[in-house]
Design a protein around this ligand. Structure first.
Ligand code: PDD
Length: 277
């Protein structure tokens, strides 16, 4: 595997080590980003760096690096990556300090970055769609921040895996929020419905790109709350993320979505998305 970046150094991953007192380890006190790379070019990089800055501000951590410094690190990772398509993982924590919940003073952040090969989305998912299960969204109220404190998401994804499903679709107070590690979009009565960008969902970069695509293509859409009933009557449901792009959901809690096969809107959106790449 290619070298990783840790606090200004380039190291083989086995040599990259952080203290057990790192607040990322002790408290999950940090933020992260995942940026897809196609043909050795980072995709939607500006939007990802903007969201990183927003997440840092949301946890009150000063940006340890400027955009041009991130760009240099990412260029190096992309150049050294083992594969042409990879995903870049960036993580920043509040650094190493004696354990105390309150912020430490004058402590440099821990900055870590690596590239990971990006596996293509399984063909069967695109041909047949995936199965998901629903669960009450029992996460905190700052889901718009991409923080490394992901235990709730981990438990929710595992709940899905235990039920032989690919993703867990989250419902809060009767409305769809997102997936454990994805956004959800719903086709209902000919319109594409996007659960609103608020504190209850991560503002997905893929979600944003799809909003741009449907706008340009003149496809009717709305950013609106999506109820459990609308979900149950949807003709199509999809999950989106930087690493999975757009995946059709054809089974929710053992019930078919629409015809039970990927629908025409999915096919159109996937092809528009592929042409963006
Ligand atoms: N996760 N919502 C959640 C909770 C997520 O974790 C993700 C992505 C998304 C989709 O966001 P984007 O389109 O910007 O990738 C929505 C990444 C891939 C991860 O944690 O690995």
């Amino acid at each position: 595997m290619s070298n990783v970046y840790l606090n200004g150094e380039w190291l083989p991953i086995e040599k990259a080590q952080v203290s057990v007192l790192d607040r990322g380890f002790i408290f999950g006190d940090g933020v992260y980003e995942v940026i897809p790379v196609y043909n050795r070019k980072a995709f939607a990089l500006t939007a990802h760096l903007k969201r990183l800055e927003r997440s840092l501000a949301g946890i009150r951590l000063s940006p340890p690096l400027q955009d041009n410094q991130w760009q240099l690190i990412i260029e190096q990772l992309v150049k050294e990556a083992d594969t042409d398509n990879s995903s870049i993982y960036l993580q920043i924590t509040r650094g190493v300090a004696p354990r105390d919940h309150a912020f430490p003073l004058n402590t440099p952040a821990t900055v870590f970055a690596m590239a990971k090969p990006m596996a293509p989305v399984p063909e069967a998912w695109l041909q047949q769609g995936i199965k998901v299960v629903t669960h009450e969204d029992d996460r905190w109220l700052h889901c718009d921040l991409k923080t490394t404190a992901l235990l709730a998401n981990v438990l929710l994804r595992q709940y899905a895996v235990d039920k032989q499903a690919v993703e867990c679709l989250l419902i809060r107070e009767g409305c769809v929020t997102e997936g454990a590690a994805s956004n959800i979009i719903v086709v209902h009565q000919g319109e594409v419905l996007f659960p609103p960008r608020n504190n209850l969902i991560l503002p997905g970069i893929t979600y944003d790109l799809i909003i741009d695509l449907v706008t340009q293509a003149g496809i009717p859409f709305r950013e609106t709350t999506v109820t459990r009933e609308q979900l149950a009557n949807a003709s199509e449901v999809m999950m989106t993320s930087s690493t999975r792009e757009i995946v059709p959901i054809t089974d929710i809690d053992g019930k078919k979505v629409g015809t039970g096969l990927p629908g025409p809107m999915f096919k159109q959106l996937l092809s528009l998305y592929q042409s963006l790449k």
